[in-house]
Design a protein around this ligand. Structure first.
Ligand code: ZN
Length: 184
């Protein structure tokens, strides 16, 4: 019985791997997810639903991939949809606490290896998850870093880095870890 069940499960896992973007099980109140984002480097915005009726919307994900492209090279990566869910949960925290629908600034998302190397002197990690399209650097329009620093570890991110000097947070879907860059 155990072996049979494992075979079924591994079959499911294999099918999931074949899907570029496997849908995740969700509760009913999470059936519609929308994002309000702004990219200060490109002056582009994304304000739309990206998840509805139990699945990610392919057209919205494609537009998010372009929106979160490496603006230095123009290269588009396939963003991990888990990143969008982290941002969505972050927006919800602001809504719950401030009663405000905030816009999140995306300072950096996907990066090519070349761009990441270029940004190493500014603190980019050598094997940054930005290169795997699993990370974003964010701030929240009109609000400072403190609430963001407080909430960032609570929105389901794996990695969470707070950059007090630059006033943004790094969030990713990698392993659980956290760090803070001091103000001075
Ligand atoms: Zn980052």
């Amino acid at each position: 019985m155990t072996v049979g069940r494992r075979q079924v499960l591994s079959g499911i896992a294999a099918s999931a791997l074949l899907l570029a973007r496997p849908a995740l099980a969700v509760t009913s109140e999470e059936d519609v997810r929308a994002l309000r984002l702004y990219n200060p480097h490109t002056d582009e915005s994304f304000r739309d639903i990206y998840y509805a009726d139990g699945g990610y919307l392919p057209d919205a994900l494609s537009r998010l991939d372009v929106f979160m492209r490496d603006h230095h090279s123009g290269s588009v990566g396939l963003m991990d949809p888990g990143v969008h869910d982290i941002l969505w949960r972050l927006q919800n925290r602001y809504l719950q606490v401030y009663g405000r629908e905030v816009t999140i600034n995306i300072h950096s998302a996907f990066r090519t290896r070349e761009t990441n190397e270029m940004l190493r002197p500014e603190g980019a990690a050598q094997n940054s998850l930005h290169m795997r399209a699993k990370a974003v650097d964010v701030s929240v329009q009109g609000l400072g870093i403190y609430f963001l620093a407080d909430q960032a570890p609570r929105v389901g991110a794996g990695g969470c880095g707070i950059y007090m000097r630059s006033q943004f947070a790094h969030l990713d879907t990698g392993p659980k870890r956290s760090w803070t860059q001091p103000l001075w």
